[in-house]
Unconditional design. Structure first.
Length: 188
């Protein structure tokens, strides 16, 4: 299962980086083939292509968009590590997702929300699920919400709140199960 982590923040100093590191290292320890995709490395303008991704089938004018779409096509499964901005997902994540379509179709997608405060990004998760459904992804029931992520995970990605270890184990197992099912579906 070739898996991508997509981090939904591009701030210079971002809480999400430690969350992404924790997921990356935990998955690697389970021998999952996993890569962190940092939206900072894909400087996409606000979507301004002449055709929608459904119509253009990913043939974009902007080279960064071509690169982003091609990169996502490499993966079988996705984990979104996403902050909540104004009760929703970040603008940069929405924009990056507007650039693609087929790349998520019939593939499993897990969501891990986090916040610096007590609400853990729960409001955002429902909206992100909806968006991913529009793109044909199968979103997992096993959502993880991390409140006060600065206290739950150290800067180097080591876990402080052990509760999340079990939650991530379950989520990764579910991602793998859905991958096995959806791989067959895509092959039909
Ligand atoms: C524009 C903006 C909007 C925010 N809105 C929310 C919010 O709706 N709910 C919440 O729990 N935290 C909110 N926060 C606080 C974030 O949880 C906190 O800043 C966190 O560090 C953001 O993740 P990041 O550092 O990886 O970008 C917001 C932060 C920003 C910058």
């Amino acid at each position: 299962m070739k898996t991508a982590i997509i981090l939904g923040s591009v701030r210079k100093v971002r809480l999400g980086e430690r969350v992404a590191k924790w997921v990356l290292e935990s998955a690697r320890a389970k021998n999952i083939d996993i890569e962190l995709l940092d939206l900072k490395e894909y400087p996409l303008p606000f979507f301004d292509e002449p055709e929608s991704p459904i119509m253009s089938k990913g043939n974009f004018i902007n080279p960064a968009a071509m690169q982003w779409g091609a990169k996502l096509s490499e993966f079988d499964a996705f984990i979104f590590v996403a902050p909540e901005y104004n009760y929703s997902y970040s603008g940069v994540l929405k924009n990056a997702l507007d650039y693609v379509y087929a790349q998520f179709k019939e593939k499993p997608a897990a969501i891990i929300s986090y916040s610096g405060g007590p609400y853990a990004g729960v409001r955002m998760t429902q909206l992100l699920r909806n968006l991913l459904t529009a793109q044909g992804a199968v979103t997992l029931q096993e959502i993880i919400n991390i409140a006060k992520a600065q206290e739950a995970i150290n800067e180097d990605g080591t876990l402080v709140n052990e509760h999340f270890k079990e939650a991530l184990d379950k989520q990764l197992n579910s991602l793998n199960s859905w991958h096995e099912v959806l791989k067959l579906k895509r092959a039909k």
